[in-house]
Design a protein around this ligand. Sequence first.
Ligand SMILES: *Cc1c(COP(=O)(O)O)cnc(C)c1O
Length: 241
Amino acid sequence: MPDQVRGAELVSSLGALRNRIAAACVAAGRETSEITLVAVTKTYPAADVLTLAGLGVLDVGENRDQEARAKAAEVAEQLPEGLAAPRWHFVGQLQRKKARSVASYAHAVHSVDRSELVDALAAAVEQSGRPALEVFVQVSLDGDPSRGGVVAADLPQLGELVSARTSLRLRGLMAVAPLGIGPDDAFAELARIDADFRARFRQADALSAGMSQDLDAAIRHGATHLRVGTALLGRRTPAFG
Ligand SMILES: *Cc1c(COP(=O)(O)O)cnc(C)c1O
C-alpha cells in the first residue's frame, strides 16, 4: 500500500477513535486527559508506528518480544529529528527468559503475573541502568490462567514484590475481559478489585483495560490505559493475530 494511502487511513481511524474515546469520557463524566491510548501495533510495520508518532500517538503496544524488539530498533533508527520517541508497552504473555530483552526497550510491561517475572525484570533493569520500568499486574477475571493473570487473592503479594523493587514502578492493574462475560460485568468486577488494590498500594494510579471491542465499557469503569489494535490499525491477518 502506498504511504499516502496508509497515512490517510490512519489519520481517519485515529480521528474516529479519538471521537469514540471522547464520547465515552463525556458519558462517564471523565476527562480525556485521564486516558492514555496505547496503539497495539503487533503485525503492523515500523512505518505505521512512525506515522502514528507523527500524529501524536507516542504509546505503542506489542505482544511478542522478537517482533517488538526488531520494530523498536527500526523505529529508533528511522525516527525523524525533532519527533519524540515512542514508548513501548509490552502487553502479551511474557516468558521469564525474554525478560532481559523486553527490559532493554520497554517503558512498561502490562502482563506481570508471576513473582519470577518480577525478579527477572527488576534484575534486567538494574543491570541495564535504564529508568524504572512501569509495571501493571495482570489480574484474571475468570480464574482461567491460560490467558495470563493472577486471581485477585494473589494481587497483594505480587503488588508487594513489585513495590519492593526500586527498578520497577507499580502503575496498577491490567485485565482482559473474559470471553462469554459482558464487558460491563467484567469491568465492574475489575473496578471493585482495583479499588482494593489502590487502597493498599497508594502509588498505583493507572488501570489498563479496554480493547477495540470494549473500550467504551472500560472507560465507564475507570480505565486509564486503553490497548487498541484493530480499531486503529485495521484487522490483523488471523494467523498472526
Ligand atoms: C492484541 C491485543 C490488544 C488489542 O486488541 P484489539 O482487539 O485489536 O484492539 C489488547 N491487549 C492485548 C493484551 C492484546 O494482545
